[in-house]
Design a binder for this molecule. Structure first.
Ligand SMILES: [Ca+2]
Ligand SMILES: [Ca+2]
Ligand SMILES: [Ca+2]
Length: 135
């Protein structure tokens, strides 16, 4: 015979599972987030974006001179975006200059200003232009 207590316990467990599972089942992780989200909290923060951007910078810097020129950037920035990102107009971007553009784009994409980007924010035009500098 099943006691009232064990029925209650079963019901409570069912309620907990019912309330928790849909959140787990509904994955909002895009492949971009899976790649960038190193702390696995489901969103991309500025530190994660800069880490990915820094790794890409090193990969693109084929002559290892510590800067990216237009050829190395391979179209990731338009001529105007490059000019804006290169305040000393020497035709190359240092990593600091590159990461400053990443931060600008991160903030532009972060429409709810909560310091993280979710899948929806990354899929906007601003979010996609950020991703071009990260991968
Ligand atoms: Ca994260
Ligand atoms: Ca270079
Ligand atoms: Ca956000």
């Amino acid at each position: 015979m099943i006691s009232r207590r064990s029925v209650l316990r079963t019901l409570t467990a069912a309620t907990l599972i019912g309330g928790t599972l849909p959140a787990f089942g509904k994955s909002s992780h895009s492949s971009a987030i899976r790649m960038l989200d190193t702390d696995n909290d489901g969103t991309v923060d500025l530190a994660e974006a800069k880490k990915a951007a820094s790794a890409l910078f090193d990969k693109l810097d084929r002559d290892h001179d510590g800067t990216l020129d237009k050829r190395e950037l391979a179209g990731r920035l338009s001529a105007k975006e490059f000019a804006d990102a290169d305040p000393d107009h020497d035709g190359t971007l240092t990593k600091d200059e590159y990461l400053a553009v990443v931060e600008q784009r991160f903030n532009a994409a972060n429409s709810d200003s909560d310091s993280t980007l979710d899948a929806k924010e990354l899929s906007t035009k601003a979010g996609r232009s950020l991703l071009r500098l990260l991968k």
